[in-house]
Design a protein around this ligand. Structure first.
Ligand code: C5P
Length: 218
């Protein structure tokens, strides 16, 4: 019988990452932060001077990523890049290369390799639609843009990055538009996904809602 997957998709800063990690902890499952793979590819492209529209250059970098995920830290070519990949410019670059079909293809097998017993919680944009279409639970996690901009602002400030609410709101809207309108694996709820709006929910309430959906799945 297939290894169970809980797919959590949704727009930028909807809280997917934190919720996925806590659901995985509660169940004792592995977690996949698929956005980190796009961010790592972006960071390597920036470092190596590959332009965001250079599909073959970016795909080559994606295919050759030397990455290790260790206890919540991310290492690329032996360097700790856990914080560096969270910078806004890396996120924006990531959303540009994520529109390139060959980059997505290069990262597909790497994402599926995270599927292991006793289960996987995977967060991203296309976990339920493309990467794990057979996931027994698919959650589409949304929150209004103002709630998301405020959360992102707080996160960045806590991490010591500069942040401005108006700029963040504009960037989130631009990134949402790009993720939703691209031809390859656009951000969309799978037909069998449950939509959960976390605008008015705390992290705990959102985590509990996902765990309830898992316990009560048909
Ligand atoms: O989730 P996060 O903000 O870290 O992802 C960075 C970018 O990577 C997103 O803006 C999105 O364009 C892209 N992405 C994607 N598919 C995924 C995960 C992330 O296209 N499964």
């Amino acid at each position: 019988c297939a290894v169970p997957v809980i797919a959590i998709d949704g727009p930028t800063a909807s809280g997917k990452g934190t919720v996925a990690q806590r659901v995985a902890n509660a169940l004792g499952w592995a977690v996949l932060d698929s956005g980190a793979l796009y961010r790592l590819t972006a960071l390597a492209c920036i470092d190596q001077g590959v332009a965001p529209d250079d599909e073959s250059g970016a795909a080559k970098i994606a295919a050759g990523l030397d990455v290790r995920f260790v206890d919540g830290c991310i290492f690329m070519a032996g360097q700790d890049v856990t914080e560096a990949i969270r910078a806004e410019n890396v996120g924006l670059f990531a959303s540009q290369i994520a529109a390139l079909g060959r980059v997505r293809e290069a990262l597909l097998g790497r994402q599926r390799a995270f599927r292991q017993l006793p289960g996987l919680v995977a967060d991203g944009r296309d976990m339920g639609t493309v990467v794990f279409p057979d996931a027994p639970l698919k959650v589409f996690l949304v929150a209004d843009v103002h709630a998301r901009a405020q959360r992102r602002c707080k996160q960045l400030i806590e991490k010591g990055f500069p942040a401005n609410l108006a700029d963040l709101t504009r960037d989130l809207e631009a990134r949402d538009a790009r993720d939703q309108s691209r031809a390859n694996a656009p951000l969309a709820a799978a037909p069998d996904a449950v939509t959960l709006d976390s605008s008015q929910l705390s992290i705990e309430e959102t985590v509990n809602a996902v765990l309830d959906l898992w316990s009560n799945r048909g």
